[in-house]
Design a protein around this ligand. Structure first.
Ligand code: GDP
Ligand code: MN
Length: 383
């Protein structure tokens, strides 16, 4: 789950990372008072989960509280678009922070190298801009410092990395301290990524996190109860957000043939077969093991929220899952929901015969092989 900038900064502040003073609000009418309290010279920042807000018009500098209120009105409720988010994200929250005078902008991030089983701290003095661009044009400008979680971060390695990154003297020690705090925050909070871009060096020589991005491993969400309740904001896709609320493993794709299967491997295989048959899968959905009728119905209902779908491929292998339970779910879903697209089901395994019998007088087309079923649904969907 991705944290908004204001949430990320709150977390980092608890670890002693310097961040500009500020306050988040969902009420535009509050912005003027917040700005006044911060001395008038502020930055108004859209709290949407995308990069490049600056370029997209989501970061505005104001010299007075009136100007801040004006920026806030222009931003709130509007969609912010970027290349990665062409549909745009609606601005529902703003962060108002004191304006700092930036002399230089650096880049810091902590992530995980799964292959090496180590944390990686990325350091660059070319911050502020798109780090992917720096990586492409000038890869040597990014220094990677690997941290073995068992040994921790040693001072000499940290100083060596900062030296290699050509970190200026004024910022050097403060950067070292900040990196240690980021690594601590990262390991203690089940983070997947912490990124500060830019780390600002102010005119008066202070190093401060001017932006912050923290994302937490979803498997640790139970430790973030209050935040997890608002986790749906962190999904840019409304159906994925709903799936997360319902506890369904669902990923939306851009095709038009919906897929439901039990077991991630079987679902991925079904997606491949649809592709091989000339179709485009609309989603990944794993109903899980031992799927009960109610759960299957819940999944069909979720899938039907995607208005682009032209057909549905249900692929169930009954091991622990009883196929007749699944069939019950499908039938009840079709009785209650308005499913007006072709559906092909390949159901094999425990109680498959009973299931096939149950589906006999329904609209659902049974197929006995995965390839056959994929070919059939492609044929029926694109007719
Ligand atoms: P992003 O575009 O979504 O990464 O948003 P950032 O928070 O990184 O802001 C974009 C840019 O706005 C930064 O790289 C800074 O150059 C500038 N900026 C952000 N906050 C301040 C500030 O307090 N003072 C000044 N002078 N510039 C700021
Ligand atoms: Mn940034």
């Amino acid at each position: 789950m991705k944290f908004h900038e204001y949430q990320s900064k709150d977390l980092l502040e608890r670890y002693g990372v310097p961040v500009p003073k500020g306050k988040a609000t969902s009420d535009v009418n509050e912005v003027k008072a917040i700005a006044e309290e911060l001395g008038g010279k502020v930055v108004v920042k859209a709290q949407v989960l995308m990069g490049g807000r600056g370029k997209a018009g989501g970061v505005k500098l104001a010299s007075t509280s009136e100007e801040a209120a004006q920026h806030a009105k222009e931003m709130m409720g509007k969609k912010l678009k970027s290349i990665q988010n062409p549909d745009g994200l609606v601005v529902e929250k703003l962060l108002v922070v004191e304006q700092i005078t930036i002399a230089e902008e650096y880049y810091l991030s902590v992530l995980l190298d799964r292959a090496l089983q180590k944390l990686v701290v990325m350091i660059s003095i070319e911050g502020g801009m798109d780090i992917e661009e720096v990586a492409a044009k000038n890869p040597d400008a990014i220094v990677k410092l690997y941290v073995d979680p068992a040994w921790g971060l040693s001072d000499f390695e940290l100083r060596k990395a900062l030296t290699k990154a050509k970190m200026p003297k004024t910022a050097f020690n403060q950067m070292a301290v900040m990196i240690k705090k980021l690594v601590k925050a990262y390991t203690e909070n089940d983070a997947e990524l912490i990124e500060i871009n830019p780390v600002a060096l102010t005119e008066d020589g202070k190093v401060i996190a001017a932006d912050a991005k923290v994302s937490i491993d979803d498997n640790a969400l139970f430790r973030y109860k209050s935040l997890a309740e608002s986790a749906s904001d962190s999904f840019s896709d409304p159906i994925e957000a709903e799936a997360s609320n319902r506890g369904i493993a669902y990923v939306r794709l851009d095709g038009d043939i919906a897929v439901i299967g039990n077991g991630a491997g079987l679902v991925m295989c079904s997606m491949d077969e649809i592709k091989a048959a000339g179709g485009q899968p609309a989603n990944f959905l794993d109903v899980g093991g031992g799927a009960q009728a109610e759960q299957v119905k819940n999944c069909v209902d979720l899938i039907m929220m995607d208005k682009n779908i032209k057909g549905m491929f249900i692929n169930i292998f009954g091991g622990i899952t009883r196929c007749d339970e699944v069939a019950k779910g499908i039938i009840s879903a079709f009785d209650d929901l308005d499913v007006n697209i072709p559906v092909v089901a390949r159901i094999e395994g425990t109680a498959a015969e009973e299931a096939k019998e149950m589906l006999l007088n329904t609209k659902i087309v049974p197929e006995s092989t995965m390839q056959g079923a994929a070919a059939k649904i492609v044929e029926l969907s694109y007719r």
